[in-house]
Design a protein around this ligand. Structure first.
Ligand code: DGL
Length: 262
């Protein structure tokens, strides 16, 4: 059996990347790691978050011996990708705001990037805008609430339309007869509730999800497996205490907790 691909996020957002990875690589085995003990990452101080993630990988890499790791989290990728590449001898594929494709596709020239406050603050994100979107007006919208609201909503909790509408409202800009036409989903949690964004948006826009591009990139770095995997892929939650609703969701994604195997 070939080595698994490790998919990492702070919570359930990386599942939106996992589903594309599986579509593109049905013969690979996956391990899904959620640092739920550190969730949400959005407001973490940069040095502390960098140290935390590198130190988690010091355990994860020898434990799962992955062939490749996909950092399915913009907040982590825009901060720690280079540190991980320097520290470990496996390829890392990151998830970073899809500013380049948005800048290529926009017709109005008005783009918004919806992300966590951490991703919005990063030099990495500013640099992407400078390199690829010089001809556009880019509005950065950092939400401290949306990742948490997404988990709440997906796990069966009540989330009001007003709360979600308030978080996405400033993505919509109208200027001299032009309107925002693309909103980059720059947090992997957001595609899970993008249908609610569509319903609550003041006008239709293209909600850009980079998951497919990430899957294509990962496939280009991962040798085809010799045989089809058997059984469930594994899930590893750093808290070791996922709720019943979380366990049910995770099983629905064809994952079983590593502890359930022992
Ligand atoms: N899913 C993560 C991202 O793509 C972050 C969620 C969070 O921890 O706030 O940025």
């Amino acid at each position: 059996m070939s080595a698994p691909i490790l998919v990492f996020d702070s919570g359930i957002g990386g599942l939106t990347v996992l589903r594309e990875l599986r579509t593109h690589m049905p013969d690979r085995k996956f391990v899904y790691v959620a640092d739920d003990a550190g969730f949400p990452y959005g407001d973490w101080q940069e040095d502390r978050l960098r140290e935390r993630i590198v130190s988690l990988f010091k355990d994860l890499v020898p434990h799962y011996a992955p062939q490749l790791a996909v950092i399915a989290c913009n907040t982590a990728s825009t901060l720690v990708l280079e540190d991980l590449r320097a520290a470990f001898d496996i390829p890392f594929v990151g998830t970073v705001p899809a500013i380049k494709p948005a800048a290529e596709r926009t017709r109005s020239g008005l783009i918004s990037v919806l992300a966590t406050p951490g991703t919005v603050r990063r030099d990495y994100t500013r640099d992407l805008i400078g390199r690829f979107a010089g001809h556009c007006a880019v509005r950065l919208v950092g939400s401290s609430e949306l990742a948490r609201l997404t988990e709440q909503s997906i796990l069966g909790g009540e989330t009001s339309d007003d709360a979600i509408a308030a978080e996405i409202a400033s993505c919509f800009v109208e200027e001299e007869g032009r309107r925002t036409d693309i909103v980059v989903l720059a947090c992997t949690h957001y595609p899970l509730i993008a249908n609610r964004f569509r319903q609550l948006a003041p006008w239709p826009v293209d909600w850009l999800d980079p998951a497919e591009a990430i899957a294509r990139r990962a496939r280009s770095l991962s040798p085809a497996a010799d045989d089809m995997p058997e059984g469930f892929d594994q899930a590893h939650f750093t808290s070791g205490e996922a709720s019943y609703a979380m366990r049910r969701l995770i099983r629905g994604f064809g994952l079983e907790f590593s502890s359930e195997r022992d």
